[in-house]
Write a protein that binds this ligand. Sequence first.
Ligand SMILES: O=C(O)C(=O)C[C@]1(C(=O)O)C=C[C@@H](O)C=C1
Length: 308
Amino acid sequence: MNLLPKPLTASDLSSPSDGSKVRVAYQGLPGAYSEDAALKAYPKCETVPCDQFEAAFTAVELWLVDKAVLPIENSVGGSIHRNYDLLLRHRLHIVGEVQLQVNHCLLGLPGVTKEELKRVLSHPQALAQCEMTLSSLGIVRINADDTALAAQMAVSTGLRNTGAVASARAAKIYGLDILAEKIQDDDDNISRFLIFAREPIIPGTDRPYKTSVVFTLEEGPGVLFKALAVFALRGINLTKIESRPQRQRPLRVVDDSNEGSAKYFDYLFYIDFEASMAEPRAQYALGHLQEFARFLRVLGSYPMDTIP
Ligand SMILES: O=C(O)C(=O)C[C@]1(C(=O)O)C=C[C@@H](O)C=C1
């Protein structure tokens, strides 16, 4: 009988793909959609709630957690600008994305009917996504930092006329009744989250990848057109473009006549494109962009997520 220990292999050392042992920070309380997103990415992870987006970024930087999963855009509400801005202030890398179907429920204290509700608490994005349903019920909306906190607050008020808009999972966690399901105005209510880590992943070509970059350009006619052309020329599809004011740069005065002066803003452009940094066409495109961009940073090259 062979009693010698089995030699370790590389797969023994790498972390398991279901995410067990991985600690993942998210903004909100247990039951928030951001926690659902973390669990979709790492089904067996330990989720770590954070009160603000900034705290989740810092938790990764300080090695308190391994990853952070934060929302970046929603198909109805659009971009979450705060996270675009935080992305640049922290030196983390995007290592993945999560696309999540968000189905909102109207929740109330046990035994309450939806006609009894006079006000609901929720995250402002969630309230906006259910605008028509809530208006038709004539319910007053109150903002909360996340949907799970809204559910918890509805419970602690103890008022029969106060409910929350949150997930079915939040209803279960906080002991609320589901008075109506899928109350979002748009059936296809998708939120996209980004996964951040201290180290980038090595991109491959084994599956569809996305790459996210941020850059600034000199002022002048057609500069953005030229920047976008570096991708078009190589047949690279763009999936997202976002611009944000560049806060460190002062506003430029362009006309100092007696009529007053116009001020120009300088912008940061964030682009997501469908290619892996392991592909020469992506490397050439960014090499080309670097020739005339004043600043360019690759935020991450990571596998694309899909919704079943
Ligand atoms: O409040 C939550 O549950 C969140 O995870 C936040 C958030 C958001 O930031 O947009 C995430 C997805 C939904 O679109 C609504 C709210």
